[in-house]
Design a protein around this ligand. Structure first.
Ligand code: ATP
Ligand code: MG
Length: 490
């Protein structure tokens, strides 16, 4: 059951000096006023005492845009800086924390779990930490598992999530009942856009019931499609692992006459993994992403480019993001918008297999320039990429992310998503990150760099070609109807 959409939810806005705008996050004291704040136990921890200015001031904020136009300097938009507060809301012995992971797998999930547990335990002295098993539905259908530093000690070396995950099953009131019944007062929710929407629904229900419960979101998306934050955890690892698939595709392609290595990578709506994997590899001749509609036949089309590359080099490598070409496929295979998964996400048509089939069929039709047939090798490394543990840089990132979340929760902030904005960790109101999805900006420098590296077509004629096709199809249908009617009459 889906809760109502939060897309139109406004952020809490605080006006600062000089027209600055702080998109602030809720705090427990918004509905539980006048409660005491305690000294942060980190104050007495020798490891931190040596760090001058270890605590983050309540007035510290992070700018959303760092590059601004000199002539249009104004107040700008800011987010609350993440980090330990000198005064905190919770007394350590009163904390009962729960951690849950939802949505698809992503490298680094276990690292985040580990660091929440170890951070709460060692930095704040929290001793009651529970793992909710199997995603949102685990709140009301399963037992919890006790988490402590011993249990999570080496889980970061494993892929997947020790807490398991699932889609669907978000029933806000049942989940909050379970939180209330178990006396949980800090809920750490790790997951993608759908999960964050669910987290906000839980937060709102907690506020409605007047509960002393903090909901902290940790953004997980291997596709890097969550807005506002610089980058999501697992993304680096995914790009790195994708290199192995691209390498294999290149080796296969290079070793055959008219060899094509085709690799399908993750990216349902945003082509970041495909773009960065292409930029990193330099073996890729063509990168197809959801943000750039492409077409097969005619001038400036895919077939023409493939032919040219094969003629020049004898082989080529194509990288395609899973969400690319959906419109084009629907055009030839019929729409299937009605197919959805348990969470309500639209299921995609398989662009990899579709491209394989079309390329093979096209080049099988006798073509004077192609005395030898295509040698096409298709690699879909999706589940292999998702399943690996996170790399070194993601591990460090996951640690910061988890610590940001626990510092915020201990301070009493709630309904936030933790994440880096311009390289500084922030607390961002959840509706702010779920409102829009981040896409590759093809008018931006990064995509231009890719184009200059691959020399691939820009498919700018897409609209013209598709429109022409549509018109021809409509014309044919009209002719057919006319003919059928005439036949009926006679
Ligand atoms: P990813 O897409 O990266 O795999 P995700 O978090 O978007 O991650 P989903 O399967 O879409 O994955 O959602 C995860 C959980 O969030 C599911 O249990 C789903 O029921 C719940 N959920 C999704 N959308 C909403 C929503 N609008 N309101 C409440 N809960 C939601
Ligand atoms: Mg999602």
């Amino acid at each position: 059951i889906m809760s109502s959409s939060i897309d139109s939810e406004p952020s809490k806005i605080v006006k600062g000096a000089g027209g600055a705008i702080l998109e602030d996050v809720p705090h427990l004291t918004d509905w539980l006023p006048g409660l005491p704040t305690y000294a942060n136990p980190l104050k007495y921890n020798p490891a931190y005492a040596a760090v001058r200015q270890y605590f983050v001031e309540e007035t510290d904020v992070v700018a959303k845009d760092v590059v601004v136009n000199m002539n249009k300097l104004s107040g700008g938009v800011y987010f609350r800086r993440a980090g330990p507060r000198e005064k905190i809301y919770f007394k350590s012995e009163d904390v009962k924390a729960a951690i849950v992971t939802c949505g698809g797998l992503c490298p680094g999930l276990n690292t985040v779990i580990r660091e929440i547990v170890c951070g709460l335990w060692t930095q704040y002295g929290v001793r009651e930490i529970y793992g909710i098993v199997g995603g949102y539905r685990g709140f009301y259908s399963r037992n919890t598992i006790d988490l402590n530093p011993k249990v999570v000690n080496d889980i970061h070396k494993r892929g997947g999530t020790i807490l398991r995950t699932s889609r669907g099953g978000h029933e806000t009131s049942k989940i909050v009942d379970s939180i209330e019944d178990r006396g949980i007062n800090q809920v750490y929710i790790i997951g993608g856009d759908g999960t964050q929407k669910g987290a906000w629904a839980i937060h709102k229900e907690c506020v409605r019931r007047g509960l002393e419960v903090v909901v902290a979101g940790i953004p997980k998306t291997i596709d890097n499609d969550i807005d506002i934050i610089d980058k999501s955890f697992g993304f680096d690892t995914a790009v790195e692992e994708a290199q192995r698939a691209i390498n294999a595709a290149h080796v296969e392609a290079e070793s055959a006459q008219n060899g094509i290595g085709l690799v399908k990578l993750m990216g349902r709506y945003s082509g970041y993994i495909a773009m960065y994997a292409t930029l990193a590899s330099r073996d890729v001749d063509l990168c197809l992403i959801p943000e750039v509609p492409f077409y097969l036949e005619g001038p400036g089309g895919l077939y023409e480019f493939v032919k040219q590359r094969l003629r020049e080099n004898g082989h080529m490598v194509i990288v395609v993001a899973e969400g690319a070409g959906q419109e084009l496929m629907a055009e030839s295979m019929g729409s299937h918008d009605n197919l959805i998964d348990a969470s309500g996400n639209r299921l995609l048509l398989d662009v990899g297999l579709w491209l394989c089939q079309n390329l093979k069929e096209h080049f099988a039709k006798a073509h004077p320039n192609f005395k030898e047939p295509l040698n096409l090798k298709y690699i879909d490394p999706t589940y292999m990429v998702r399943a690996i543990p996170s790399n070194a840089s993601d591990n460090v990132y996951c640690t910061l992310l988890a610590h940001s979340a626990i510092h915020g929760a201990m301070a009493g902030y709630c309904g936030f998503t933790a994440g880096p904005v311009n390289n500084r960790h922030c607390y961002i109101p959840i509706p702010r990150v779920t409102r829009t999805q981040r896409h590759v900006n093809v008018a931006d420098r990064m995509w231009a760099r890719l184009l200059s590296g691959t020399n691939q077509p820009d498919f700018l004629l897409y609209k013209v070609i598709i429109e022409e096709k549509r018109r021809a199809k409509a014309l044919m249908q009209a002719e057919k109807m006319k003919k059928d009617a005439a036949e009926k009459r006679s």
